[in-house]
Design a protein around this ligand. Structure first.
Ligand code: ADP
Length: 404
């Protein structure tokens, strides 16, 4: 059985999935797993297609001190016990910089080019690249593909791509990139099947998970995103504040004496729903809580989605459909109802029963704008890209495109 391995590596966990390649290039998920607690309490967990457990075992910290160690242990388990010998590996890489507008086959020079973007995403890029390097050193012949969270947004106009700062910084890479691109690309590819009548029109997709952003799409392409230079901007998230006056960062430096590293930690880990509620970054816990600050955190989350949607409607010059996706968007009928309430001014009306059932279409037939729930699948998107590059090779202009 030919398989593709998909790897999504972070600082403390390496998530992986195995897809088998079926007839006519169809992909079927076979294994889903992760090595978590890297460098602290390493644990390998994996399950099969029906959620049946395949592995749940702890490792000593010395066996899994870092991401390459985690990749080594997970890879050995896949090879020795699962008999998986993938024909290619697809990686989630957060940053493709200004250059990459699509996935790329890892060939000579690509990794070092991607390393340059580590300064643009220092918390993620080095961890994303570590497994690519360790697989390259052990299995140099195995094709690997890097799939970027930024690539889908490279269609933005120059007006959308710029901050109002001197050009020199833009040419150094200080731009409004946008993230969650693999999720948005998956939705954009799914819409023609799910809702062909709106797929080519003006659509806002709300990816509401522990990270949260929204994408304005026209004709299936991204024209605007709530995220910018980093994945800190835009909507409030589990532990990130979303849009913040840069003056707050100056205040933290000058009045609180915090270093850049401390501020970074604060902005990525202590803000958002967690910071505002003082309780949790998990929407389920906040929805179950009676605390005033938990309610405030939810109200703020919903309010900012409404505000940002207004901004994206302006970017699109109208709206033809709205789509919810990711952990909160797919699973919380309560948050969806609250968000849709914010869109009353656009003539959107919710079908409460369909919303409670998590149906695909959750707006009423008379709603001026239809509202959908579409589960995302970033790993399947990566597997598809990997297979496509394996079968067809890079398209002529695909290696990297300069966006000036
Ligand atoms: P990520 O992939 O970025 O970790 P997910 O898209 O899996 O995030 O979303 C995770 C978040 O989704 C959780 O933190 C939780 O807040 C939220 N979530 C998951 N299920 C539910 C649910 N049934 N109700 C409300 N929120 C949920």
């Amino acid at each position: 059985m030919d398989t593709i391995l998909v790897v999504n590596a972070g600082s403390s966990s390496v998530k992986f999935q195995v897809f088998s390649i079926e007839g006519e290039g169809r992909l079927r998920r076979q294994i889903k797993g992760q090595m978590e607690g890297i460098g602290s309490r390493p644990r390998l967990r994996a399950s099969g297609t029906t959620g049946d457990p395949l592995a749940d075992r702890a490792y000593p910290i010395e066996a899994v001190p870092d991401v390459p160690g985690a990749m080594g242990v997970a890879g050995e388990w896949l090879r020795e016990e699962m008999r998986i010998h993938p024909v290619a590996v697809g990686h989630r890489v957060v940053h493709g910089g200004p250059e990459y507008d699509r996935p790329v086959l890892i060939e000579h020079g690509v990794v070092s080019r991607l390393e340059r973007f580590a300064t643009l995403a220092p918390l993620h890029q080095p961890h994303n690249l570590a497994p690519i390097r360790s697989i390259l050193s052990r299995f140099p012949e195995l094709p690997q593909v890097a799939c970027f969270d930024t690539a889908f947004h490279r269609t933005h106009s120059a007006v959308a791509d710029h901050y109002a700062i001197p050009h020199q910084l833009h040419s150094e890479g200080v731009r409004r990139y946008g993230f969650h691109g693999l999720s948005y690309e998956y939705i954009s590819k799914a819409l023609p099947q799910i809702a062909p009548e709106i797929a080519g029109l003006r659509v806002i997709v709300a990816h509401l998970g522990s990270g949260a952003s929204m994408c304005a799409m026209k004709g299936g392409q991204s024209v605007e995103s709530t995220m910018g230079f980093t994945a800190l901007d835009g909507l409030p998230m589990g532990t990130r504040p979303g849009q913040l006056d840069p003056g707050v960062v100056l205040y933290l430096m000058s009045e609180k004496g915090l270093s850049a590293a401390k501020i970074q930690d604060f902005l990525y880990r202590d803000c958002g729903l967690k910071g505002l509620s003082g309780l949790s970054n998990d929407m389920r816990e906040l929805e179950a809580s009676d605390s005033f600050n938990a309610k405030l955190a939810i109200d703020h989350f919903v309010y900012r989605i409404g505000l940002n949607a207004g901004m994206l409607v302006a970017a699109l010059q109208g709206l033809d459909a709205f789509v919810f996706t990711a952990g909160i968007g797919e699973n919380s009928a309560g948050i969806r109802a609250r968000v849709v309430e914010q869109f009353g001014w656009l003539g959107v009306t919710l079908d409460a029963a369909e919303n409670a059932r998590h149906s695909r279409l959750i707006s009423r037939p008379g709603s001026l704008i239809p509202v959908y729930v579409v589960p995302t699948d970033e790993e399947l998107m990566i597997a598809r890209h990997t297979l496509s590059l394996l079968m067809n090779g890079p398209s002529r202009d695909a290696k990297h495109k300069r966006v000036s």
